[in-house]
Design a binder for this molecule. Structure first.
Ligand code: SF4
Ligand code: SF4
Length: 159
């Protein structure tokens, strides 16, 4: 296995199958539609051949996460909290105006902002310790415990 592996973005794949022709291992021809991590050797031939630019070469080992300043993280959480309050108000307004596209757009935009804030605060990188701590907490929910354990098994901690 090489230092990276290929990842196919199924949303933009035009299914012309060029990657299947150039792949030396058959990894690109996987019944799930995604490229098989275990047989991909990271040669990059599929990414070079893809006319839709749907294939990205992703490093097998992600770089360590940058240290986050605790004061900055706490400020990011405060902003995220205020966005959550805005979403609550917007959801209330939407109940009374279910076809209002502006309200729907504002809810979506606030969710995207929260996602960015959490990413900046170090909660969106799967290999971060924060994410592992969060997943360990989620194990207390018996409905998702098995899935969470499977995910934890696969995610390396790399601070
Ligand atoms: S990187 Fe190489 S081995 Fe991996 S799927 Fe693409 S062509 Fe196949
Ligand atoms: S070459 Fe690109 S567009 Fe064509 S099937 Fe492969 S991933 Fe999809």
């Amino acid at each position: 296995m090489g230092k990276s592996h290929a990842y196919r973005n199924l949303k933009i794949c035009s299914k012309d199958c060029l990657c299947l022709f150039v792949c030396p291992t058959g990894a690109a021809n996987n019944e799930t539609g995604q490229i098989d991590f275990n047989t991909c050797i990271g040669c990059g031939a599929c990414a070079a051949a893809c006319p839709a630019k749907a294939i990205t070469m992703v490093p097998n080992k992600m770089p360590a996460q940058q240290k986050k300043d605790s004061k900055m993280v706490s400020e990011l959480f405060k902003i995220a909290d205020s966005k959550i309050e805005e979403i609550k108000i917007l959801n209330y307004l939407l109940k009374h105006n279910p076809n209002n596209h502006l309200i729907k757009a504002l809810i979506h935009s606030n969710k995207v902002i929260i996602e960015d804030l959490m990413r900046e605060a170090g909660y969106m990188l799967p290999q971060s310790k924060n994410t592992h701590n969060l997943l360990n907490k989620l194990k207390s929910n018996s409905d998702i415990k098995d899935k969470v354990e499977q995910l934890l098994d696969k995610l390396e901690v790399n601070e």
